[in-house]
Ligand binder design. Sequence first.
Ligand SMILES: Cc1cc2nc3c(=O)[nH]c(=O)nc-3n(C[C@H](O)[C@H](O)[C@H](O)COP(=O)(O)OP(=O)(O)OC[C@H]3O[C@@H](n4cnc5c(N)ncnc54)[C@H](O)[C@@H]3O)c2cc1C
Length: 449
Amino acid sequence: MKSLNLWPNPNGRILPRISTCPTLNLVYSVPPSPSSVRCHSSPTQLPLRCAVLGAGFAGLSVVWHLLKQSPKELQMRIDIYDEVGIGGGASGVSGGLLHPYSPKVKLLWEGAQCWKESMKLLRVAEEASVSKDCRTGESAEDMKAFVAHKRGILRPATDMKNMIKLNDNVKTCLPSCRVETLNDEEAQSLLPGVCLPFNTAFYMPEALNINSQHYLQALFQGCKNLVKESSTLESGHKQLSLHKRSVHRLSDFEGEYDAVIICLGAKVNMLPEISGRLPLRTCRGVIAHLELPDDMIGYPESGPSILSDAWISVQGPRSLKVGSTWEWKSINSLPNVSTDEATKALLELLPKASTIYPGIKDWVFTGARAGLRAMPPLTTLGSLPLLGCINDVIGRNHTCRYWLFGGLGSRGLLYHAWLGNLMAQAVLSCNEEVIPSELTSWKATEPKI
Ligand SMILES: Cc1cc2nc3c(=O)[nH]c(=O)nc-3n(C[C@H](O)[C@H](O)[C@H](O)COP(=O)(O)OP(=O)(O)OC[C@H]3O[C@@H](n4cnc5c(N)ncnc54)[C@H](O)[C@@H]3O)c2cc1C
């Protein structure tokens, strides 16, 4: 990776004008301290203005990294725009399963880096969740458990061919996210009643199961904490605002910002400047929520989540999510699920889940949620997200830089932290080359839609 040339960049940066936007819906902003007011109003140090479109995994990761990486003396204003609010898209409904492996337990492209950065961001969220502004009376440990369930994930072998492949892939697993091969007896001791069709399962003890909504709220709190810290230091004033507002076109941001970072998930293609220009497909997924009646014995305390033809994401001893369906080409991003859609999803998911965990028959359906995935093309390295400066993609002359952070597919949790870090580096240095070419090479090929 190239060394960074952070602010000020004599070549890349467009000097900002003072904002005249009359429609700001300010939800959060720390009042400037007297010293930062002086700095803020200095004509030679105008703030760097960034708009982050979307408050899902991608948007909040890039916000946190922008705040963290920007030089202390830099004044910066970050406006987040989301029509629903924090976690309003796929991130908020996601199953929350986090590990760096393919379904065949093969380490994914840059899996080590992605895993390391995800763990760092998770710690940020956990710390923020126990900070006094977020705390709701629970103990620090309870608040951390609120963000992530650390139960591990069990991946049963589902056919003979698959088992040989899985056994092979396990050899290259990460020391920080191990994969252990378990026989039936060992699996039973973790999860009594589990059914292994080939008497073998692959167990990832460090793999996690994140409560997406709690994680995102806590990460946003982490961002607010960084802003607050900056206001108490003798440094450039940082400002962060969340605007609950729909974005209709990129041209609305022209002249108001130095950088616009587009993190709109599967709805990115609805912007007129972008529509039809990205190689993304959409795929709706439904997740069923189940609960266990009080008179039944709960899911074991250390019982793992399960990854199979359907996955089971354990939310607590009496609460599970089962997912997910794959409805390709859907453009329905609504989280609400009709009775018909839920019935269809249950008919598909429950038989798959009960093959591995027959006990699921005792659980009661309590509701369903859905999200729309933004699926990138499959490359020789796997399905990689799409990043980069897209001024050349959207054409015309622009006074600000537009950056895309999208196509997180079904692996948003694994990718968002590292790629948010890279995106922030690229924005602050006005240099796309800090992003690995594997993530920007999509721009060289015509979209096949
Ligand atoms: C059913 C399902 C289960 C999943 N399970 C997992 C899992 O277990 N593990 C995993 O790693 N990944 C999982 N994923 C994938 C993961 O959820 C996505 O990769 C991730 O959420 C993408 O994040 P994002 O920030 O790019 O998009 P999003 O989370 O969709 O965020 C986009 C944001 O932009 C906002 N927005 C959109 N359009 C506009 C507009 N015009 N104006 C203003 N705001 C707008 C939305 O409200 C939203 O908040 C799952 C996905 C689905 C659908």
